[in-house]
Design a protein around this ligand. Sequence first.
Ligand code: SAH
Length: 219
Amino acid sequence: MTDDPTGPDDADEFASARERMADAVARQTDASDRVRRALAAVPRHEFVPPGRRTAAYEDRPLPIGDGQTISAPHMVAIMADLLDLEPGDEVLEIGTGCGYHAAVTAALVGDGNVYSVEYGADLAERARETLADLGYGGVSVRTGDGREGWPERAPFDAAYVTCAAPSFPDPVVEQVRTGGRLLAPIGSARQTLVFAYKREDGSLDREDHGAVRFVPLRG
Ligand code: SAH
């Protein structure tokens, strides 16, 4: 055994816990095998605060500081599956948090294709470091109000929001290409996970995917 919490014994333990979590979540959500493999690949324990590592492969949200939480793995799987993320898709994420969800997205589309906006400067900084340390340095993270999207990098094939929003922000809808996909928890205290497909005339074809609970949008 080693005292180093990231030493080889723990790494093995984390790897088998991660495999089990990915299998269980994929079964429960009926997610694709690609999504299962992405969950099995991304070391969630590296994204949570050190004191939370032993809980990293339980399927539940965890505090990540600044009053925010990392989503439960099943929610990340459901969202990745609904967005049908393919290699090469250019994706906008609103709400980087600790960067875990961005890393799963990167595992599906390629890390150079992920653009993530985080309101909290400290969270953004930490996420950037964690992502780079783990080999997802191509993910672009910027501090700001995600409601403005990332106009310089538009158009996106898909955009998703990881905090509760009153509606799809107009700039974000504009920055998604025709035929592109959007996904967000829409509502205030309680939300509905809403998927939308952007039609040629710019309007949205919306589908509701059940009740969810996310932290509120800030700013
Ligand atoms: N995807 C994240 C989950 C983070 S929780 C992860 O894997 O950890 C939601 C995040 O949205 C929080 O970090 C919060 O600070 C951020 N957020 C809230 N309002 C925002 C806004 N207006 N613009 C960008 N990020 C925002």
